[in-house]
Design a protein around this ligand. Sequence first.
Ligand SMILES: *Cc1c(COP(=O)(O)O)cnc(C)c1O
Length: 316
Amino acid sequence: MIRSAEAQGGLPSPLTVLEDERLGVRGIRLLLKREDLIHPEVPGNKWRKLRLNLADAARGDHTTLLTFGGAYSNHLRAVAAAGRMAGMATIGVVRGEELGDKPLNWSLKSAAANGMHLVFMDRATYRRKHSAQVLDRLRAEHGDVYVIPEGGSNAAGVLGAMDTPGEITESYDVICCPVGTGGTLAGVAAGARSGALAIGFSALKGGEPLAKDVARLQAEAGVPTGNWRIETRYHFGGFAKRPPELAEFAADFERRHGIVLERIYVAKMLAGLFDMAAQREVPAGTTVVAVVTGPAEDPHDGAVGRVGLEPTTHGL
Ligand SMILES: *Cc1c(COP(=O)(O)O)cnc(C)c1O
């Protein structure tokens, strides 16, 4: 179990009103669910999705966690830190070939510093990473590991993500979160108050097929709901792309509100929500909760795409 978040008073995560004239003139009230503040090393939705996975692993007497991610994966760093805190060994299977003599990027370096053993997997095999064949091979190689799928999105992850809306005592009409693998949306929708609509903002280009994943994850967790949809217009060019208009939105948001936005997921969601408000797609009188699923990237984030692997290897 990871207990330190409770010990640090990180839960329930704060719910704050965001006063912004761009929404005010449209009659929209926005509340931010500050999941980014839950825990410094296992923040946001990663904490939610890992909590029950670590409990399951401990219950099964597992001593090693094995999981998957891209070269800049927030999930890999979170599992490395959570494993260290829980006293479990961690193995991170990284998408893409070994770096040779190139140094690890800041994200993998941070995972390794928390004791994570990094294993590199070619892209063709990585695409089949959750297949029985690949998992059997990994188990043969690494022993009786507890496998957490990419992004921590499995039934335990979905049930953990239900706690996010579960903590909200105020009334709301819409709850928004970003979508990568879909586990967070699956849980946020399942845990949302009755009558509320959950909107997931896809951080990936061509996010339409993610709906299948969200439905499957809800079914696996035994919590299917019909109260959600995925908004696919605000990918800003694709996963981990940072066009100037997204940077400008985030810089302006920071000037107005003093909050530095995580760019890969959170800034896209909020830019999308503000645009939908401007287009009058959100009716006046609507109260919206936006789930801030994680903190801004590491200060060395400027290094993304320059050190280590090429930018297309950003992971979930
Ligand atoms: C991992 C991550 C997501 C994606 O969540 P999924 O459950 O994979 O859809 C969203 N926001 C942040 C900040 C993340 O780190």
